[in-house]
Design a protein around this ligand. Structure first.
Ligand code: PLP
Length: 426
């Protein structure tokens, strides 16, 4: 038995499923999870002393690589002054100003402690602002685990086969309407039916929780038009895409302006941080200025703000996101070429620093249906053989992969070489 296997057995006794977040349990690929002891740059290390090139990056935050010295130092400096005050600090203003400068559609922003809190609060705000109950989301998109949003959800909910989680009263779920991602026709049809009942549309502008599916041309533009027409709030859930697809997020990459934006992952530099922000007139609807209640004991925590601010400052480097996208592209092209040589059907998608690959005969994957029809068994074998090669991919066929600034040519080429050897065995 490996040390990781031993730790997992122990964990099962005290933690449900041995993990504190479901996808970590490896249910999507079989086997037992690795227990990580440290991470540095592009690499993670497990309890058995193995080293892996890491494409999970803590599920997105580690865009500057693990344990970046500047972020680490910012945390250490902040810790010197205390861990939490529950009162305002100047760092929160600096953070808000930085977010506004990088994401111009955000005129005011509220900090929270996770992506789930960000989307949950944004939905409540949109409902309060419009006085409407219904929300529209897309099948296979994941927006965290708040009740209204765990309907036809992606990520772990999809991996575990529970996209509609038990525990959510039907009375709540009936207010969540769902249509197919990338289908503007379905969006128009549902708006025609519910006209003035839909408070908001929430979308991952690049879907990253059913593998990686970018928007087809015209989809996001169409959402903007429909929301304007019906006076519905357009919410971009940029928890994954924010500061990753481009410095200004997917809204900059695709040049579409949402009313509200949800942020998480990268914004915390590895600490628990989320945020939601947008138009002043909507944001001023939350307490203490407005009637919609939202709060948090640890919101704007000084250590978390210091880490996040340091990460955002590092990211605002010219060409950094072009270089990230070039890495995603090289990885995708390398995988496709290697698969082709081995006679394996594979296609890829990428946008900025996120990517996905699909075992399918389809030329391009643009829908939830296509993503779920891929050869999942082949993915599982691929995952484990890559792990043996020292490459740590997301342990589910329904998650996007992430590159960081620390993934150099050497790591990318090593990964492609490993994939070549693995494809030959599949
Ligand atoms: N929204 C998106 C697009 C996400 O990918 C996630 C998490 O993966 C969330 C929301 C929820 O964020 P958190 O896990 O920080 O609650």
């Amino acid at each position: 038995m490996t040390i990781s296997q031993d730790l997992f057995q122990r964990a099962l006794d005290s933690i449900p499923g041995g993990v504190n977040s479901p996808v970590r349990a490896f249910n999507g690929v079989g086997g037992t999870p690795l227990f990580i002891t440290k991470a540095q740059g592009a690499y993670t290390y497990d309890a058995d002393g193995n080293q892996y090139i890491d494409y999970v990056g803590s599920w997105g935050p580690m865009i500057m690589g693990h344990n970046h010295p500047t972020i680490k130092q910012a945390v250490l400096n902040a810790v010197e002054n205390g861990l939490s005050y529950g009162a305002p600090t100047e760092t929160e203003i600096l953070m808000a100003e930085k977010v506004k400068a990088l994401v111009p559609s955000i005129e005011k922003v509220r900090m929270v402690s996770s992506g789930t809190e960000a989307t949950m609060s944004a939905i409540r705000l949109a409902r309060g602002f419009t006085g409407r109950d219904k929300i529209l989301k897309f099948e296979g998109c994941y927006h965290g685990h708040a009740d209204s949003l765990l309907v036809k959800a992606g990520s772990g909910a999809l991996t575990m086969g529970v996209p509609n989680s038990p525990g959510i009263p039907a009375d709540f779920a009936q207010h969540t309407l769902t249509v197919s991602f990338n289908s503007l026709d379905e969006v128009k049809a549902i708006f025609a039916k519910y006209a003035n009942d839909i408070a908001c549309v929430i979308v991952e502008p690049v879907a990253g929780n059913m593998n990686c599916i970018p928007p087809v041309e015209g989809f996001l533009e169409g959402l903007r038009t429909v929301c304007d027409q019906y006076k519905s709030v357009l919410i971009f859930d940029e928890v994954m895409t924010g500061f990753r697809v481009a410095l200004g997020g997917a809204q900059q990459y695709y040049n579409i302006t949402p009313d509200l934006t949800c942020l998480g992952k990268v914004i915390g530099g590895g600490m628990p941080v989320g945020a939601f922000g947008g138009k002043k007139e909507i944001m001023d609807f939350i307490a203490p200025v407005g009637p919609v209640y939202q709060a948090g004991t640890l919101s704007g925590n000084p250590i978390a703000m210091a880490a996040g601010l340091a990460a955002l400052e590092l990211l605002a480097t010219p060409d950094l996101h072009d270089e990230l996208e070039a890495k995603s592209q090289r990885l995708c092209e390398g995988f496709e070429q290697a698969a082709k040589e081995a006679g394996i059907a594979l296609t890829t998608n990428y946008a900025g620093g996120m990517y996905g690959f699909f075992f399918t005969e389809a030329e391009k994957v643009t829908s939830y249906q296509q993503a779920t029809e891929c050869d999942i068994e082949r993915f599982k074998r691929f995952f484990h053989l890559m792990l043996e090669e020292g490459v740590y991919l997301a342990p589910s066929a329904f998650e996007a992969g992430f590159v960081s600034t620390m993934h150099g040519d050497e790591e990318i080429e090593q990964t492609i070489a490993a994939a070549k050897r693995v494809f030959a065995k599949l």
